[in-house]
Design a protein around this ligand. Structure first.
Ligand code: SF4
Length: 438
């Protein structure tokens, strides 16, 4: 078991609004669509019976859509997302067409009868796109796929690109949720983070969003910023809560490889101070009426993020755009695809097999690991019936780690439901790694 410092490190996990997808595991089958292998926990039955069962199982797995917009006004020094500084005019119209070609390619691989339960425009900075551009994408998607009643459509917005008319146009186009990267309300820290906005602009962007009719807002805030004190972290959070968002993402700034901060690290609060910021922050957010439901996510009642919940519950999602990842359950197996990361390469290849940079089937022990990697981030944990339904594996695929973690008190069992205990949440990385295939 990890020591006390590790407790702090593991608790302060970085926000992951993208699904958790581990790198391919050494020694596993990483083949493409033709590399089918038997799943060891499947009982021996005729292939057609297994296929029918798998098709029925996939039909009830929810389907979401992720759309990546890869440009930003400039690159933030801490950012390891697939974002590229916009140089000159963004080729918005060409990119919209490339996205729709990409979606056509994806659907040509296997048609979809499932309606979309959520759509997420992530980046990058999707708010660099015009309302007309976002509307054209949504219209194109609606011509190809059904929307479930009450579909959540989120767009990530940078307060530095906020414009009142643009927000109204997004709302008119069908976007019903904005996610804003506020990150801090202290101008000194915003500057240290290389953000293109100040605190006043962030407050103004929230007011513009409300005026435009958005009644569902997520605000991102980071802590453990360069030379940040506990009092400053608290002041940031109080200022953010005063803006009354429906959802808060409160997360730890970490140094990621291949970023400017990794090359020239700023002075950051030590792990004890970062842990205090986390604990104090959690208490403040919960006292303001939000319930924590995931490592970094807090929501007012009924306002949990449907799109992110689908990732963490191991639902399916199509991923279109530069560097986008998708996960689909097809013919009883989970298939992951990733597009080329560079916008130019993506636009040149979108709509053909050449647009796919990586494709692999996930099964057996690797699939069980991916499932727990996502679902154990949720305080609610998972039901064993869901594990079976979404992976096609038997409960025994979780052993011996499940029994070991139950007996050590990192997991608890309530009938069919397995959830992390407070101890397990404090040691989340350790807990997840217990399920790593040997
Ligand atoms: S605005 Fe967001 S996506 Fe763009 S560089 Fe900064 S952190 Fe990365």
């Amino acid at each position: 078991m990890a020591g006390p410092n590790s407790r702090r490190n593991t608790r302060c996990q970085r926000l992951r609004l993208r699904p958790v997808v581990p790198r391919p595991l050494a020694g596993q089958n990483l083949g493409g669509t033709d590399a089918r292998t038997e799943e060891p926990h499947q009982p021996s039955r005729p292939r057609h019976a297994r296929l029918a069962e798998a098709t029925a199982r996939a039909a009830v797995i929810p389907l979401a859509l992720y759309i990546h917009i890869p440009w930003c006004a400039k690159k933030c020094p801490y950012c390891d997302f697939n974002s590229h500084p916009a140089r000159g005019q963004i080729p918005e119209a060409d990119y919209v067409q490339a996205l729709l070609r990409d979606l056509d390619f994806e659907l040509a691989q296997a048609p979809e009868a499932r309606p979309l339960t959520s759509i997420f425009f992530g980046g990058g900075t999707p708010s660099l796109f015009s309302g007309a551009g976002i509307g054209a994408i949504l219209d194109g998607v609606a011509q190809r796929l059904a929307f479930a009643p009450g579909i959540e459509i989120t767009l990530e917005a940078n307060p530095g690109t906020a414009e009142a008319q643009r927000f109204r146009d997004y709302r008119a186009a069908g976007v019903n949720r904005l996610s804003m990267g506020v990150q801090s309300l202290n101008d000194r820290h915003l500057k240290a983070l290389g953000r293109i906005h100040g605190a006043d602009e962030a407050r103004a962007a929230v007011a513009m969003a409300r005026d435009a009719g958005f009644d569902n807002l997520n605000l991102d805030l980071m802590f453990a910023l360069p030379e940040q004190t506990l009092a400053e972290a608290e002041a940031d959070l109080r200022g953010l809560l005063a803006l009354a968002p429906e959802h808060v993402s409160y997360y730890h700034l970490t140094l990621e490889p291949n970023t400017e901060f990794a090359a020239r690290p700023p002075t950051l609060p030590d792990s004890d101070l970062a842990y205090e910021m986390l604990e104090r922050g959690q208490a403040l957010i919960e006292a303001a009426g939000y319930a924590q439901y995931e490592t970094s996510a807090y929501a007012r009642p009924g306002r949990r993020a449907a799109h992110n919940l689908n990732y963490w519950r191991f639902g399916d999602y199509l991923g279109i755009g530069a560097g986008a990842h998708g996960k689909r359950t097809l013919d009883g197996r989970v298939l992951r695809r990733a597009r080329h990361k560079h916008p130019k390469t993506f636009m040149e290849t979108a709509g053909s097999a050449a647009g796919v940079q990586e494709q692999r089937a996930v099964d057996g022990a690797e699939l069980a690991f991916e499932y727990v990697l996502n679902s154990l981030r949720l305080h609610e944990g998972f039901a064993l019936a869901d594990f079976r339904a979404r992976t096609g594996l038997a409960d025994t695929a979780l052993e011996p780690a499940l029994g070991r973690m139950l007996s050590k008190g990192l997991l608890e069992r309530d009938g069919e439901v397995i959830r992390p205990t407070v101890l397990g949440r404090n040691h989340l990385n350790t807990l997840q790694m217990e399920f790593l295939p040997s």
